[in-house]
Every structure is written in structure tokens, then in C-alpha cells.
Design a binder for this molecule. Structure first.
Ligand code: DGL
Length: 263
């Protein structure tokens, strides 16, 4: 088996990116770490999230990966550049790929991005859109509370609908025709978010574009060998819950997880 592709998120959100990678590059071995013991990252101080990202990366480096995917906007916003500088393997984020998809999706030039408090306050999306497509009118909205619904496995309840209605109202008022889900957890809320935004608004996720970028850089959809290695899943939280909810969200590839215990 070749060297794996390592990836991490605060919890289950990065599984949206893992799904896209497994589908696009089925012959690659994936090692995924979900920091479910310490989620959510969104409300935490940037320095704390940065330390988590560095610690998790050290853990993942034990697997001798050939690339690292920071499948978390909040962590990427504060640590991506540092990780790219420190590591001698390619390090991918989700923010730039998401912005590329957003630019392609809009027709009227009014776009929205939703993310955690940490991501939106970091200004990472405002900077990325401002430099890639300054002509776009961007509405950036922090959405505290949405991640917690996903982590509880509650993706379609009345409560999450009511919260989404309140949080997304400014994007509807601004007349956006494309909304970037700037948190990897949010695609699991797509039905709710789509209902709230209405059929004319395109929901954009960074998962596919990130997977395409990884595949492009690592040399195409499949490694030379034809085996399909089972992904490795690690969690810092409850293993049973990770396996149960993770399996429901990702699919049958998540058949078991191992617990990471920090020294
Ligand atoms: N999935 C994460 C992101 O993309 C983080 C969510 C959280 O832990 O608050 O930002």
C-alpha cells in the first residue's frame, strides 16, 4: 500500500471532503482524523485552533502521508499557510477551492458565504473573494450553532430550520444567487439550507473542487496499483459515536474508528 493522504477536521464535517476524495481517487489510502473530542472549533480563539491544527498534523505525520488536506475552514483560516511552510509535502485547504466554485456558480454577481464565527471573523473568505473576483458583491455570515446540529446527527429538524432562517436572512435580503458553504459540516444541512434559500440559489460546497485539486496535483484519479485500501478513521472523541454517525454521514467505508489519545 502506498503512502496515504491525511486529512482532518474538528469532527464529522471533513467527511464531506473525504467522500469526494474516495469517489475521485478510490485507490488512494485515506487517513482521516476527526477531533470530535474538542469540536466545535468555530467559537474558539484562533490561537487555540492553530495549536490543535499543529498537534493533529504531528499525529497524522506518523502515517508518513504524501499529502495533507486541512478539511476544516476554521483551522485552515488560521493555520494553512504555516502548515504549508512547515511541511515538505503538499498541504491543501478548502477555502480557495470553494471560492473558485462560487465564482463559477454566480450569474448576478451577488454571492454569499456562510461559516463559523472563527472563519468569518478571520476575513479569509473576504480576502480570497476580494483577490480572485473583486467585482463580486459578497455577503459573509457567521452561523454559530449549525455545526452542533450536525455533530448531534440532527440535520433536518424544525429547530435547525428555524435557526437557519434567522442566520441566512441577510443573504436572502442581499439577493445572492450562489451561497458558498464555508464550513465542511454544512453540506450535511443542504436540504434545510436549500429550503431556506429557495430554489433559485445555488448552494456551493468546496468538497468536489478540493478533491479535484488534490487529484490534479497528485497525478490523476487512481494510483498505479488497483487495490482499494480501506480508509483509516481516527477520532479524539467517542469511538462508537464516531463510527455510528460517521458511517451514516459518509457511507459504508466508515466501518470502524480508532481513538487517538494525546500523550
Ligand atoms: N468543519 C469545520 C469548518 O469547516 C469546523 C466546524 C467547527 O468545529 O466549528 O470550519
Amino acid at each position: 500500500m502506498g503512502r496515504p493522504i491525511a486529512m482532518f477536521d474538528s469532527g464529522f464535517g471533513g467527511l464531506t471532503v473525504a467522500r469526494a476524495l474516495i469517489d475521485l481517487m478510490p485507490h488512494e489510502h485515506l487517513v482521516y482524523l476527526g477531533d470530535t473530542g474538542r469540536y466545535p472549533y468555530g467559537p474558539r480563539p484562533p490561537e487555540e485552533v492553530r495549536c490543535f491544527a499543529l498537534q493533529i498534523t504531528d499525529e497524522l505525520l506518523r502515517y508518513d502521508p504524501k499529502a495533507l488536506v486541512v478539511a476544516c475552514n476554521t483551522a485552515g483560516a488560521v493555520a494553512l499557510e504555516e502548515l504549508q511552510d512547515r511541511l515538505d509535502i503538499p498541504v491543501f485547504g478548502v477555502i480557495d477551492p470553494g471560492v473558485r466554485s462560487l465564482i463559477q456558480a454566480t450569474r448576478n454577481g451577488r454571492v454569499g458565504v456562510i461559516g463559523t464565527v472563527g472563519t468569518i471573523n478571520s476575513g479569509a473568505y473576504q480576502r480570497a473573494v476580494g483577490s480572485a473576483a473583486p467585482q463580486l458583491e459578497l455577503t459573509a455570515l457567521a452561523c454559530p450553532g449549525l455545526v452542533e446540529f450536525v455533530e448531534r446527527g440532527e440535520t433536518d429538524s424544525e429547530q435547525v430550520h428555524v435557526l437557519a432562517q434567522r442566520l441566512l436572512a441577510p443573504a436572502i435580503e442581499a439577493g445572492v444567487d450562489a451561497l458558498l458553504l464555508g464550513c465542511t459540516h454544512y453540506p450535511y444541512l443542504a436540504r434545510t439550507l436549500g429550503d431556506v434559500m429557495g430554489r433559485d440559489v445555488v448552494l456551493v460546497s468546496s468538497a468536489d473542487e478540493t478533491a479535484f485539486e488534490v487529484s490534479h496535483l497528485l497525478g490523476g484519479p487512481g494510483a498505479e496499483d488497483t487495490e482499494t485500501p480501506a480508509p483509516t478513521f481516527l477520532t479524539t472523541g467517542d469511538v462508537e459515536w464516531f463510527t455510528d454517525l460517521g458511517g451514516r454521514l459518509l457511507g459504508p467505508e466508515l466501518a470502524g474508528a480508532r481513538q487517538v489519545v494525546w500523550d
